[in-house]
Design a binder for this molecule. Structure first.
Ligand SMILES: [Zn+2]
Length: 87
């Protein structure tokens, strides 16, 4: 029997019906809400944004503490992401 055009038959899937259980609220977000980036990518983007606009970072004879902090934040975000994958 051919399905009626415009009407769903028993084989169709309701796209509004949730298929998976809701994620636990205590889990950290996988994607930053304002950028749609993962936490490691967001941390890396923040590090790069700083480095591209920082006078200290552009001078090879100086050390930028802020860039160091942002780099360590990226490392920590990457480590957390890898640990989540390993579970
Ligand atoms: Zn800097």
């Amino acid at each position: 029997m051919r399905p009626t055009p415009g009407l769903a038959d028993e084989r169709s899937v309701d796209v509004d019906e949730p298929r998976d259980p809701a994620p636990a609220t205590d889990r950290p977000r996988l994607v930053a809400a304002h950028t749609d980036l993962t936490p490691p990518k967001e941390a890396w983007a923040e590090f790069l944004r700083h480095c591209l606009g920082c006078r200290v970072c552009s001078d090879v004879d100086r050390v930028c503490a802020t860039a160091g902090d942002l780099y360590r934040a990226w490392e920590a975000a990457s480590d957390r992401a890898l640990r989540r994958l390993a579970w």
